[in-house]
Design a protein around this ligand. Structure first.
Ligand code: PMP
Ligand code: GLU
Length: 388
């Protein structure tokens, strides 16, 4: 009954583990979850107020498929202010979360035989959506020795005549590493003279603890021309449930093609969310963003210290985002087995590294209150003492 196409796709492991943790909790089990990639904070009041006004004003009808003009202006202003780019309205499209932006991008650019280069560990969704679009995934492995970043040499070796796109995530989910301007320039040099597109996922741009954030498209004219920037508000202003994401590209024909796809699938995103997103983008919530960033930063410092005290485990301090990618390879190579047993025996939910393309690690989200973080790490330590 099902199409071959859908069989290619696996379920999102991040969502699967979060859902399982919720179900176990609902069934009365004492479960602490570090699996969800979403802030534990509420959406800032100033954003909610805009949404409430939009409802009361009756802004409840269909809108332009790719976003209302004032939202596009707010996005263009944000891209100018924060990233130094000039994008016109027809170079921007608003979608149902950055995940949907990525879906549209792959569907409109990838065809059978195209290779998409994905550094591992990667965010779980990329390879699945690439495969669903008919593309072939070419992974570049990295580990904690290289700070989870690919080198120009590795990129050069991964390129073939079939290479269509490189996906870069900075800061990274699941490792929190960020590429410096110099590193991005060096990768850009390797791409020069090719037609390879760069999909730059900058969802965690506002969550930087060490170092400086640089947009891929900002490092050279050549990179600007080939880069498609993907961003949203789910992480920076805790708007995961509102479903807002966007994409900006130099190529207006590409954006037009995505608009066509969206016009025949989801149409516009929620009209209320569009109004709220303007407030999320225009700087009105900057104090809230900073408050959350500082809170995450403190939790990260404590969690890193606690993990590194546990025999057999090691973790790098992330430069951004809100994840730790903890190395367990000294005690257990099979991350799925580790995560399953940890959840069953100790009621702690983490996401196995194998889902991100790197076995021997687990991802721990510190977008959770500090008491839970302390108790969770205490349970992990006890679990390891009992089992390894
Ligand atoms: N990119 C990355 C790297 C992410 O971690 C996420 C998390 N959901 C997304 C994109 C998608 O975010 P959303 O669809 O909520 O905008
Ligand atoms: N991106 C988040 C995560 O990595 C949310 C879950 C998802 O969309 O897969 O956990």
């Amino acid at each position: 009954m099902l199409s071959d196409r859908i069989d290619i796709l696996s379920e999102s492991i991040t969502i699967a583990v979060s859902t399982l943790a919720q179900e176990l909790r609902a069934a009365g089990k004492d479960v602490i979850s570090f699996s969800a990639g979403e802030p534990d904070f509420d959406t800032p009041q100033v954003i909610k107020d805009t949404a409430i006004s939009a409802i009361n004003d009756g802004f409840t009808k269909y809108t332009a498929v790719d976003g209302i003009p004032e939202l596009k202006t707010a996005i263009a202003n944000k891209l100018k202010r924060d990233n130094g780019f000039d994008y016109a309205a027809n170079q921007i499209i608003v979608s149902n979360g950055a995940k949907h932006s990525l879906f549209n991008l792959f569907q409109t650019t990838i065809q059978a035989g195209d290779e998409v280069i994905i550094p591992a560990p990667y965010w779980v969704t990329y390879p699945e959506l690439v495969k669903y679009s008919g593309g072939t995934v070419v992974e570049i492995a990295t580990d904690d020795n290289s700070g989870f970043k690919i080198t120009p040499e590795q990129l050069k070796n991964a390129i073939t005549p079939k290479s269509k796109m490189l996906i870069l995530t900075t800061p990274s989910n699941p490792t929190g590493s960020i590429y410096s301007k110099k590193e991005l320039q060096a990768l850009g040099e390797v791409l020069k003279g090719t037609d390879i597109l760069v999909a730059s996922d900058e969802m965690y741009e506002k969550l930087i603890y060490d170092g400086e954030f640089t947009s891929c498209a900002a490092v050279s004219d050549d990179m600007f021309n080939r880069t498609i920037t993907i961003n949203g508000l789910s992480k920076s202003v805790a708007m995961t449930g509102w479903r807002f994401g966007y994409l900006a590209a130099k190529d207006t024909a590409l954006v037009k093609a995505m608009k066509k796809l969206q016009s025949q699938s989801t149409s516009n995103i929620c009209s209320i969310t569009q109004k709220a997103a303007i407030t999320g983008l225009d700087g009105s919530a900057d104090a809230d963003v900073e408050m959350m960033r500082e809170a995450f930063s403190k939790r990260k410092d404590e969690a890193v210290e606690l993990f590194n005290k546990i025999d057999g485990l090691s973790v790098l301090k992330p430069d951004g985002a809100f994840y730790l990618f903890v190395n367990i390879s000294k005690i257990e190579k099979d991350s799925l087995k580790f995560a399953k047993k940890l959840l069953e025996e100790s009621g702690v939910a983490v996401v196995p590294g194998v889902g991100f393309g790197s076995d021997g690690y687990f991802r721990f989200s510190f977008a959770t209150d500090i008491q839970s973080i302390r108790e969770g790490i205490r349970r992990i330590e006890a679990f390891i003492k009992n089992n390894y």
